[in-house]
Design a protein around this ligand. Structure first.
Ligand SMILES: NC(=O)c1ccc[n+]([C@@H]2O[C@H](COP(=O)([O-])OP(=O)(O)OC[C@H]3O[C@@H](n4cnc5c(N)ncnc54)[C@H](OP(=O)(O)O)[C@@H]3O)[C@@H](O)[C@H]2O)c1
Length: 266
């Protein structure tokens, strides 16, 4: 059976790599794409793939006039929630790759999805290497109770922390809540230097030229340290395999699930 896909952000860095990959599959069909600059054109024209005649629209409302089974959100946080809501209301399952949505945004989308009997799979990072890192950090958090996260990204990345880090913070909060030896209100000096508290843990975001996306979970225990780190490469292809998996499996969930591992076997 063919899965009909609507891809928001089809001309972007991540979305165009995914579109190219979808075009090469036998079981997925790209029925519509979203890009304001590409609106009115065919995706194949924009990507240099003449055989790909997927129409592009400026908004989700217009693109969703084409019936789809799965809506992939790969644009910007400002429009991601509205796009995903529109898709859910149309009865489509949703895969969210866009970063910057809060826990509350995702929770609301999950409730809407439950009401419409569809699934929302929010994946902060589709890379399989990142999934492995997340699982290792979850394991470490079960035995090493104190940790902090460092989130690295390029100088121009506006949202902080990254979707990858938000997702890890959420996941680790389901394992435990790391105590601070010196509470924040007893810090001597600018308290901001201790980072932001997200999901009950300290998160430090670095934004510098030369970085892509990296995340480090640092665990300290007695006189020992464990650091678990993921470094993204510079190619959008790193995210394609996981995104295809999410598209193929999102129909199996109902309401919200976070993380690619929720549709993988471990
Ligand atoms: N989960 C993951 O594994 C993963 C991996 C990579 C990236 N990401 C995230 O995915 C998102 C996209 O990243 P990217 O690097 O591909 O960005 P990008 O290169 O800037 O592409 C954004 C895409 O969205 C479209 N877009 C932006 N604003 C829009 C709007 N208001 N209405 C309609 N379309 C809009 C753009 O087309 P127009 O400008 O023509 O509208 C373009 O097609 C980011 O949040 C990024 O952090 C996640």
């Amino acid at each position: 059976m063919t899965i009909r896909v609507c891809l928001a952000g089809a001309t972007g860095w991540a979305g165009s790599a995914l579109a190219r990959a979808i075009a090469q599959t036998d079981d997925l069909e790209l029925v519509a794409g979203i890009s304001r600059q590409g609106a009115g054109r065919r995706l194949g024209e924009v990507l240099g793939l003449p055989a790909l005649d997927t129409p592009l629209y400026a908004s989700a409302e217009e693109a969703l006039a084409h019936a789809c089974d799965v809506f992939v959100e790969y644009t910007k946080p400002e429009v991601a929630k509205a796009n995903a809501s529109a898709a859910i209301r149309r009865g489509a399952h949703v895969v969210i790759g866009t970063s910057g949505l809060s826990d509350e945004d995702l929770q609301e989308l999950g409730e809407l999805a439950l009401a419409h009997h569809v699934g929302v799979l929010a994946v902060g990072n589709f890379s399989l290497a990142c999934v492995v890192m997340q699982k290792c950090a979850e394991l470490a958090a079960r035995y090493l109770p104190q940790w902090e996260l460092i989130d690295y990204a390029s100088a121009g990345k506006a949202d902080a922390p990254s979707g990858t880090t938000r997702e890890l913070a959420y996941r680790l909060s389901q394992v435990g809540s790391p105590p601070l030896t010196v509470p924040l209100d007893q810090v001597q000096g600018p308290v901001e230097t201790r980072g932001a508290t997200l999901n009950g843990m300290q998160v430090h975001s670095i934004r510098l030229p030369g970085y892509v996306i990296s995340i480090e979970a640092l665990f300290g225990h007695l006189d020992q340290k464990v650091s678990i780190r993921y470094d993204a490469g510079s190619s959008p292809d790193d995210y394609v395999q996981g995104a295809l998996l999410a598209i193929r499996r999102v129909h199996s969930i109902s309401g919200l699930e976070r993380g690619l591992d929720s549709v993988m076997e471990f």
